[in-house]
Design a protein around this ligand. Sequence first.
Ligand SMILES: [Zn+2]
Length: 625
Amino acid sequence: MSYQVLARKYRPQKFSEVIGQEHVTRTLQNAIAQERIAHGYIFSGHRGIGKTTVARILAMAVNCRAAEKPSVEPCGVCDSCTEIRAGNSVDVIEIDAATNRGIDEIRELREAARYRPARDRFKIYILDEAHQITDAAFNALLKTLEEPPSHIIFMMATTQPEDIPQTIRSRCQHFSYRAMKFDDIMGQLREIVAKENIPADDDALALLAEAGDGSMRDALSILDQAIASTADHLTADSVRSLIGSAPAAALETVMHAVAESASEKILALVDELIGEGHSPTHFARQLVRFLRNATVAKIAGMDSALLQISSDERARVGRIAELFTEEDLTRHLQIMLRTHGELGYRQEQRFHLELGLLKMAHAQRLLPIEQLLSEAAMPISAPVRTSSGQAPRPVAASPAFGSRSPSSSSSSSEARRTETPASERSNSVSPFAADSARKGAPKTEASGGTSAYAGEGARATHTSGGNVVIMGSAAPAVEELSPTPDRLPVARGTTAEVNADSLRDAVLGALSDRQMLISLLESAEWSLAGNALTAKVASSSTMIEMSFTAEARRIASAAASGLAGRPIKLQVESGGTAQASAAPSRASTLSGSARSRAAADPIVQRMKEKFGAEIRTVIDYREKG
Ligand SMILES: [Zn+2]
């Protein structure tokens, strides 16, 4: 007896044997029971999940000769049933639309459809890969579907139902098939190996089910190969070597090395894998899935139904999820996805895999922007992520500002994994206000203000030193954001010294791109009373209303509040006398051009050193006044 592949041998022959598509089979059976059989059906879904199988069962059911009328379950033994199952029924025609997609074939089909079935109740056309049919051919088919002879049923199976014209779709009943659940596939595989008398380990079957990726047919065809290649007992190792997978432990080891930023370990691992004959592409793909699952486990929990994997794999994924934050995991997933995509068309795949893995290790050293911001806003001895994982260096603390987050007081590894809760940061300026302050003053960074900001030195200690690594796409974002963290920590440290003058500088700095307002405010009399900062200007109130808009008010208040470390409200009033002397005197204290002053600013220098930034534009509001 010739060998029959498992997928065919164990193909379901009854609706009740179809697994995981109850929503389809139940509806079809109800339709048969009520004798409401449609003339057109579309079965759509992932490959290998039983679309054609159900189409055949439906064909058997409507043509079964066991009863006078279509039966809800085919008998499986009558002539019709056996012929349809064997694929040689005259009245059930299976067409592979991938190869017979043109107008000629469909015309032929249409002609044949006019004749009554030779023996059975219905003449049934099963069109596989129906989305491949050309538009012209669909048009030819449409004629038949518009006025179908009563004996005709079309069943179209497709993976891409959206490629079937709307005119066709609207004349058919559409059933979407679901991807098969991991447990369903596992159950099937267990049953089949039992029937075949093949001893198999559960983790071997789990690997097959995972490799099937929601497709029963794929899982079964790998099982076919596995059986052929194994002498007796089916083990996880034999399956793994068959599908070229690296051992699951290797994935875990790599991610541990990434967590430790142990670059050398990573390279050694890649060497080992390549040495054992694993393909870089396949390994990258495995790692992508692994990271995806770890991310899901992190977000939705280890027991989430979103994870269609074995319990061993769940445990592995859960352990890795523990090691990283959600942010880390998504970043790693992104890096690996890109690496996997690149491996497809690159030479030197090994180097690209290594590069991708090293990028992850580097990214692990990346101080998340959010953390940077929150630490900057709270000058405390929060541990900074270090490149080699050794004990982090404490950052200078400011006595003026307490409120340590609970995370920073715990052990270093824990702290760096724990996000600071939003509430901990709430006492700084609202993100919205900070954001508008930043947008309102994109160039203040370069324009300096060295004399005005007393906390310069303290600020430098925050981010200096080699332990902040910023790379890849994160760099521009950090550059752009930097004025905010810079401004805030200064503010925190200097609460006591805040006065009308320093607030004035902060406000002018934040509003530096609003020249009319700047010239107005520069000649104002500034005073601070409690939380009210008042600028008395010589201009009329109309003039004030025109230039001191709500947006400007928000920016100014945010800048002042940021500096003071408490809410400061800026009021601009008319009735003051012009303070003409203020601007020149301040300008005279600074020497050289604005550009050279900007270049001398320590922040600018650090930006240049760290990111290779260059000074593009310098706007000096002092000279404009
Ligand atoms: Zn039958």
